[in-house]
Design a protein around this ligand. Sequence first.
Ligand SMILES: *Cc1c(COP(=O)(O)O)cnc(C)c1O
Length: 229
Amino acid sequence: MLKDNLQEVEKRVSMACERAGRSRDEVLLIAVSKTKPVEMVQEIYDAGVRDFGENHPQEIREKFPQLPSDTKWHMIGHLQTNKIKYIIERACMVHSVDSVHLAEEISKAAIKSGRCMPVLAEINMAKEASKYGVMPEDAEDFIRQIAALPGIRVEGLMTIAPYTEHAEENRVYFRDMKKLFVDIRGKNIDNVNMHHLSMGMTGDFEVAIEEGATMVRVGTGIFGASNYH
Ligand SMILES: *Cc1c(COP(=O)(O)O)cnc(C)c1O
């Protein structure tokens, strides 16, 4: 049952918090529901989760009206500018801002919708050729460039660590992310309010929490393996 999966993940989140000397409420569990039918999302909603992550804008558009209105949708996947329209009034945050152009287009769309979109800068911490995201050494400069855009609010950083069977191998990336986060926060850039560090997935969320994650994105651990379209 999905509820049992959730309970197990929840237990592991709590234990990781405890090991790290952190309070459980410092870490938001985002249930990644990509490719999963609304019935499954509803089941996890009914078990108490309110935050869901999707990586296709169309899926947010489709699921949005089918879940209760206090459901929060996090856009966590690569976002093309021509799809911004699907999420601009539906997503609570875009975790995957990886170019100035995308940030500008989100800002424009947000202003048109009369809102301000919270965003995270996606960092390619392990410098993988297959991944989106800004290189860590360019992160500060990138954030300075997008910070002044009136329709977005930069609230932190996000990374997708390499796929590995050994979570410990990703500890170095999570640790470096936290350093980068603290470093940029210390610059007190105007209009930047660094308080979210979105990192950790099914395979490595405990290590991410130990290294300072404030948001973990867990799909497989809750819903089972994805049915990729
Ligand atoms: C799919 C996905 C996740 C969740 O991955 P799991 O390994 O299934 O927990 C987290 N973040 C992003 C960006 C994803 O696309």
